[in-house]
Design a protein around this ligand. Structure first.
Ligand code: SAH
Length: 222
């Protein structure tokens, strides 16, 4: 990790470690227990991923606009999804669908050996690539593609996270899980819930977690 004061948004970088600490306390109070996830979120500077004008809100527990009608996820949701995905274990290869600004991918880079993240909007992909390079995060592979069918050429994954909501679970996608692998995704149109899909030698088990609000999965590149 590079020295924050050398980065753009350096002004807020000076105080960001302290405000980030407060965010971690809030996440703890909201029920996040995995210390590895909390440490990863304490390490990744969220303000670097958003527009400078929104910098003062970077460590509030809210989603924020990142342009192109998309948002950076609420820190609680990033923490929760990462905690459920990890299930207390070190992850090997993880896939994320919907890079957006790259924040979730950066958090994943601290809990998995190798991360693949897919984005369909070219300017978001390019900005995420630049940000991750600035932070010297080099175990994240970004791809500018329609991620609705996953990434068969890098499969199988022991973790899959979707950052956008589909109406139903894609069979093509769940086949890219290892046996023992876990997928965390929002599903639904009017009402959305977070789901956990677990694969074992007998097949797939689905559990519904809490209500959430994600941008929709959209087909095709833009
Ligand atoms: N992971 C981000 C959240 C991004 S919002 C974070 O850390 O905050 C969800 C993203 O999913 C948007 O950038 C949107 O463009 C992207 N998305 C939607 N449909 C997609 C698809 N079919 N393939 C890849 N990305 C998609």
């Amino acid at each position: 990790m590079v020295d924050l004061t050398n980065l753009r948004h350096a002004g807020i970088g000076m105080t960001s470690a302290r405000t980030r600490g407060r965010l971690i306390e809030r996440l703890r109070n909201e029920g996040i227990k995995d210390e590895t996830v909390l440490a990863a979120m304490n390490e990744i500077p969220r303000h670097i991923f958003i527009d400078e004008a929104l910098g003062t809100r970077a460590y509030d527990d809210v989603s924020l606009p990142i342009g192109h009608g998309q948002t950076i996820s609420q820190p609680y949701i990033v923490a929760r999804m990462t905690e459920v995905l990890r299930n207390g274990k070190q992850l090997n290869r993880v896939l994320e669908i919907g890079t957006g600004c790259g924040y979730q991918a950066a958090v994943l880079s601290r809990v998995a050996k190798e991360v693949y993240s897919l984005e369909r909007i070219q300017p978001l992909y390019e900005r995420a690539r630049k940000t991750l390079r600035e932070l010297k995060i080099n175990n994240v592979n970004l791809r500018y593609i329609d991620g609705s069918a996953g990434l068969p050429d890098a499969a199988p994954f022991d973790g899959v996270i979707m950052a956008c909501a589909a109406p139903a679970l894609s069979a093509v996608l769940r086949e890219q899980l290892t046996v023992g692998g876990r997928m965390v995704l929002p599903m639904g149109t009017q009402e959305q819930y977070l789901y956990l899909i677990e694969r074992d030698e007998n097949g797939f088990r689905e559990s519904r977690l809490e209500a959430v609000k994600f941008v929709p999965l959209v087909m095709g590149k833009a």
